[in-house]
Ligand binder design. Structure first.
Ligand code: ATP
Ligand code: MG
Length: 408
């Protein structure tokens, strides 16, 4: 992609109405644009990052047998009345149409996926089964001041699983835990597996929490074994269930995932039953499993940046290489750009007629992992200058060898 024609303008001035690092860097870097508090447009750079995050999540969901679907955002009021959440869920966004109907904008999808499944699940032979989607959610959040970390419109992956027995539900839940660990690892994040309150349907739920100062949650982490508990459920003097110690340290963290054993909660509401081997009708056991994909993008920026800008982990970087041409290097840079494209390497090519200072500052702000500079100076040595965003030293690499080096 040539930067001269890319839908991208970086900005020197930081937004005044949001102090979070992720909001500042993502807006200044031209990844997202704030439409109003908690609502963002994703520009091409930002959409590439979000898509990469969501594709990693998608791959890991497919690996645990999840089948991808897509449900609507506009929900009938009746479904939310049926579960009691029309009045109980404080963040539910409700709308009235001019034709006298009332709707909810989906904050989560148990109210849609459960009645949907009554059409598909009728026998023990249909179970277990799991479906997921990656979708835009709406919540009427009181405060939306942490950039992508708390939106009123945001992205979430939600998986729902259906089982004939509690044991089967438990087994699948454990499988999803492993899948989540792998997902967050691939995203370059150390997510703490955390005990949290279970809501109304079970004793505990589990959250995946990333330590960051800007996180809104407080965790207690066992000093010895690293087991974590959310402050909401924590009692002073409590023993760690993993190692028996009672010394905990307090940290701030952001919840990037939450998984629940729903038991019969929603299958009762929508009469989701199956016929067992014995011919008896039984309620289906359900689990639900969320990951906040747009919050993840914000959290990644909170974790990976310096004073100059973002430092994307390679797995989610918008491009692998930022190619920059400086005076006298234009012709060779153009050729190298084409060679990189041919080799299938994702490259943003800064072909603009701007100063080295401007180009380097933008490159540091945008945070692409490898910067390659071609100028008359580097060409004198038949080379390009290669620098990792995460390092301060650069090296000269022979121009004929750079494509294969980057392809590695
Ligand atoms: P929080 O406690 O942060 O309000 P939650 O527990 O209400 O979140 P869940 O219903 O568990 O959220 O949703 C699943 C995931 O969706 C969360 O773990 C989080 O990563 C993400 N998420 C929830 N609310 C938001 C939001 N307002 N903006 C961005 N991501 C969100
Ligand atoms: Mg949660």
């Amino acid at each position: 992609m040539k930067q001269s024609h890319y839908f991208l303008k970086t900005s020197k001035s930081s937004p005044t109405d949001d102090v979070s690092v992720n909001a500042r860097l993502l807006e200044q870097g031209g990844f997202v644009q704030k439409v109003m508090a908690g609502v963002y447009s994703y520009l091409p750079l930002g959409w590439r990052v979000l898509s990469k995050i969501e594709n990693i999540v998608r791959q890991e969901m497919n690996a645990v047998g999840g089948q991808e679907i897509f449900m609507p955002s506009l929900h009938p009021k009746e479904n939310w009345i049926a579960t009691g959440r029309w009045t109980e869920l404080d963040v539910l966004l409700k709308i009235k149409s001019q034709h006298g109907y009332e709707y909810a904008l989906g904050p989560t999808h148990e109210e849609i996926v459960t009645p949907m499944s009554t059409q598909v699940i009728s026998s023990y032979k249909d179970l277990p089964i799991a479906v997921y989607q990656i979708q835009t959610k709406f919540r009427d959040e009181a405060r939306a001041k942490s950039g992508l970390m708390r939106g009123r419109e945001f992205r979430m992956k939600d998986l729902y699983s259906f089982h004939s027995s509690e044991e089967d539900m438990e087994q699948y839940y454990d499988k999803v835990v492993e899948s989540y660990k792998k997902t967050f690892e691939r995203l370059g994040l150390n997510a703490l597996y955390t005990e949290a309150s279970g809501g109304t349907f079970s004793k505990f739920s589990h959250e995946f929490q990333v330590e960051t100062e800007s996180g809104e949650d407080t965790l207690y982490v066992c000093e010895k074994c690293g087991m974590a508990k959310n402050k909401e459920v924590f009692q002073d003097g409590i023993e760690c269930t993993a190692c028996g110690l009672t010394t905990w340290k307090q940290i701030s963290a952001s919840e990037v995932g939450n998984i629940f054993k729903l038991q019969h909660k929603y299958s009762t509401n929508f009469n989701l039953k199956f016929t067992g081997q014995d011919g008896q009708q039984n309620l289906v056991y359900m689990g639900c499993y969320g990951i906040g994909t747009s919050r993840l993008m914000g959290v990644i920026v909170e974790k990976f940046h310096d004073e100059k800008g973002i430092m994307w982990p390679e797995a989610v970087a918008p491009f692998k290489v930022h190619l920059i041409s400086l005076k006298g290097g234009e012709e060779q840079a153009e050729k190298l750009y084409n060679d990189l494209l041919t080799a299938g390497i994702e490259v943003l090519y800064d072909d603009r007629a701007a100063s080295a200072g401007v180009k380097f500052a933008d490159s540091d702000l945008i945070g692409i992992p490898y910067r390659v500079v071609v100028s008359s100076r580097t060409l004198e040595k038949n080379s390009v200058e290669l620098k990792k965003r995460s390092e301060s030293e650069f090296s000269l690499v022979e121009i004929g060898a750079i494509v294969s080096w980057l392809a590695k």
